[in-house]
Ligand binder design. Structure first.
Ligand code: HEM
Length: 499
């Protein structure tokens, strides 16, 4: 009797779900019948080689196909022109994070239903906060390259000191997660004007937590999919003591809440003080996104986003750069001859005379883009058409940039690490290529691109001027990866020597 009831109930529920999803049946790929509750088609990605698996599916189904990640109807896009059109269209500019109940609990939702912060919000709330964030960060450093280079240069010196000191005891260093406290400190300095001691165990712990949230909060983690899309499973995991993917966020959010209490409003002060001044300025307009408690919630959410988006990404880029260089000692020598007479820290003007150094960063961004491990998804905010397909409101979109970056139409020998491809044969200057889309495009394009590029340039120059890097014990470099929101080197141990 109970079994019959259960089967009947499950059938009704399944039919209702299928009816809800039938508007997406016209896409190639996997259909509504095989899209399971909570996990959708994620079980089709049941392999550690998730990037290769998605690539295989793109080749099988074409540049636009359906593969539900979690309970949402999801479309994967992998053609450059279609992707660019999608990223530039306002109808594709939403996010779906407000639908994830555990995430709403952790991050907070305002009285209009907007999730706190920039990276996970949509519509007018996103627009307003992104505008404010970009304007203030620009004033505080991103538009003032001298100031930015000074901050990054100081952190680069601390980093080379740490490496030098550790070389007294050992020659092999593990660079896995090594850069996290340093990149995190740069964000912290931009936001508060204060530097932290990056060797302080608490600071290290916090930046590791930032890295942890970033690496687990991804559709390539099954645990993340199940916990994010079901409060029941989220609570169950907590209850039985299983790893909880968003728990790492709590100390970060608590620290931000505590820190923001220490400041008063000042329109010319640090990021937090400027934000408090904006909140005060909106006191008379109770509908404004920065009004009162709503404004405080969004300020903390935005700081959290900057921590998350600005720490792990650049730290991981630096890890990959070192691995590629350790595999090419000839290239290290070429970079050294470009950089050896430059003052420390290098400035952005130096980029003109050091095209190969810039090209190494660009080539690493091409080979190991964050999006290959599934970047931030977009969500369709109104019914719309693109590339001959109908995209209903609520479609979840994942741009899969690996197929653009490894397309032989756009790059010769696309699977080889060849920074020289970005050097103009006639002028010897650095030449960018529009098909490198690691920072995305359109209105949601990464607002930290300039910071990430300046950081990686100043850090790389500091490293090359002082050290050489080789595979440990004369072995070979492994380019195996772990997936998270970025792709992480599985092995990042290198033999380091002083020049
Ligand atoms: C190598 C370093 C980095 C890479 C590869 C990268 C890449 C990306 C990508 C692909 C997105 C998603 C864009 C989209 O949805 O279309 C994004 C968003 C974002 N990034 Fe970055 N990023 C990097 C560094 C940074 C830094 C240093 C910051 C800090 C200032 C930052 C802040 C953000 C924010 C706040 C967003 C959300 C933007 C929005 O939703 O409007 N990123 N980034």
């Amino acid at each position: 009797m109970w079994l019959q009831f259960f089967v009947f109930f499950a059938l009704v529920w399944y039919i209702q779900r299928w009816l809800q999803m039938k508007s997406w049946n016209h896409f190639k790929g996997f259909g509504s019948l095989t899209s399971l509750p909570i996990i959708g088609h994620s079980y089709k990605l049941n392999t550690p080689f998730i990037v290769e698996r998605v690539e295989e599916l793109c080749l099988r189904f074409g540049s636009i196909f359906r593969l539900d990640i979690g309970p949402f109807p999801t479309v994967i896009m992998s053609d450059f022109d279609e992707m660019r059109e999608m990223l530039r269209s306002d109808a594709f500019n939403g996010r779906h994070f407000h639908k994830l109940l555990p995430w709403r609990d952790v991050k907070g939702v305002d009285d209009y239903g907007n999730l706190a912060g920039v990276a996970s919000s949509s519509g007018a709330a996103w627009k307003e906060q992104r505008r404010f964030m970009q304007m203030q960060l620009g004033d505080l450093g991103l538009r003032k390259t001298d100031k930015l280079v000074t901050i990054i240069g100081e952190e680069a010196n601390k980093m080379t000191d740490i490496i030098e000191r550790s070389l007294n005891n050992q020659e092999v260093m593990d660079f896995s997660r090594f850069f996290l406290p340093i990149t995190n400190n740069i964000i912290w300095r931009l936001l508060t004007g204060k530097a932290t001691n990056i060797e302080d165990p608490e600071v290290k712990q916090l930046s590791l937590a930032v890295g942890k949230v970033f690496s687990t909060m991804t559709p390539s983690s099954k645990l993340n999919i199940v916990q994010m899309n079901s409060s029941f499973f989220y609570k169950m995991c907590k209850w039985v003591g299983a790893e909880n993917v968003i728990d790492a966020s709590t100390p970060i959010l608590n620290m931000i809440a505590e820190e923001t209490k220490a400041y008063h409003s000042d329109p010319k002060g640090n990021y937090i003080e400027r934000n408090l001044a904006e909140i005060q300025a909106q006191d008379g307009d109770s509908h404004h996104i920065s009004h009162g408690a709503r404004g405080m919630l969004h300020m903390r959410g935005t700081i959290f986003d900057l921590f998350l988006a600005g720490t792990d990404t650049t730290a991981t880029l630096l890890e990959w750069i070192l691995l590629y260089l350790a595999d090419r000692p000839d290239l290290q020598e070429k970079l050294y001859s470009e950089l050896k007479d430059k003052e420390q820290p290098v400035t952005t003007e130096d980029k003109m005379d050091t095209p190969l150094t810039v090209a190494v960063i660009e080539e690493t961004l091409r080979m190991c883009p964050m999006g290959s491990g599934f970047g931030l998804p977009h969500m369709v905010t109104e019914d719309t058409h693109l590339a001959g397909h109908f995209f209903p409101k609520g479609t979840h979109i994942f741009p899969f940039v690996k197929l653009v970056h490894r397309n032989p139409k756009y790059f010769e020998e696309p699977d080889r690490f060849l920074p020289e491809r970005f050097i103009d044969k006639e002028t010897g200057e650095f030449k960018s290529n529009k098909y490198v889309v690691t920072f995305s495009a359109g209105k949601r394009r990464c607002p930290g691109e300039q910071l990430a590029r300046t950081e990686s340039y100043v850090f790389l120059a500091a490293l090359i001027k002082k050290f050489t890097f080789h595979p440990p014990q004369g072995g070979k470099i492994s380019f195996d990866y772990n997936t998270g929101l970025a792709l992480y080197p599985k092995y990042a141990k290198l033999q380091v020597s002083m020049r």
